[in-house]
Design a protein around this ligand. Sequence first.
Ligand code: FMN
Length: 263
Amino acid sequence: MRNRLHGYYDEVGLGPVPQPCEPFPSFDEERLDIVLELRPKVVSFHFGLPDTKIVQQLKEAGCVLLCSATTVSEARQIEAAGVNAIIAQGYEAGGHRGTFTGDPAIDTVGTMALVPQIVDAVRVPVIAAGGIFDGRGIAASFALGASGVQIGTAFLACPEANVQPVYRAGLRAASDESTSVARCFTGRPARVVRNRFVLEMAGEEDAALEFPLQASLALPLSMAVDESRRADFLPIWAGQGVAKLREMTATALVEKLVAEAGP
Ligand SMILES: Cc1cc2nc3c(=O)[nH]c(=O)nc-3n(C[C@H](O)[C@H](O)[C@H](O)COP(=O)(O)O)c2cc1C
């Protein structure tokens, strides 16, 4: 993996591959203090829950807690930790998998199978996520027992989405067959539109560093190249419904989704 990265670093003129480092701040005391001060109505965790004390503090501050689960076992653990609602994230979903137990390689349960199984396994409300892009997906989620839906990819085509032109172009060109789950960008499995980096790194997935160290080596590549080559290295996070994106404002999209889903 390092040899291949050296090749890319040479190609884009970045110099030698650096030592990996922590590229993102983690959810530490300082950040917890900010959340406790701001008291948002909802706090949503995606890579598993922080420790019980933090969960307790956030609940005492009046925050509603959500956490993503990608299996029934994760959903049970989240419920036992006292969260208010569980996001059942199916394999279709765009972006990072919320998986936090077991082997990411076998974290592949699709939304349609996952939602009713989690609904049957827990008592807290379940929010369906993954592959929902229009009213049909919302209606189906409710039929499966979900109390709500979380939609990500469908909003990427809205003008409010802070994505680069090359990202928008990648979304527009994508079909139902265009995405894969890959660890090459950050070290955690994430669904992304396949580009040169994903395809060429595919044989070296096992050698990717643990999250977030891999990001400190992979993400500088897309920033270093000019726009004409950026699509080769940029992570275009998107789910399996990417071909059905509708370009309209977020407000118009929400209104459309609600109208399509029916009463
Ligand atoms: C570009 C992008 C960024 C995302 N970032 C986050 C995030 O920061 N935190 C989070 O909990 N989920 C994040 N998600 C995942 C969504 O919460 C959700 O699971 C997913 O988008 C649902 O599937 P869909 O993309 O098919 O609608 C992201 C998804 C996308 C597409």
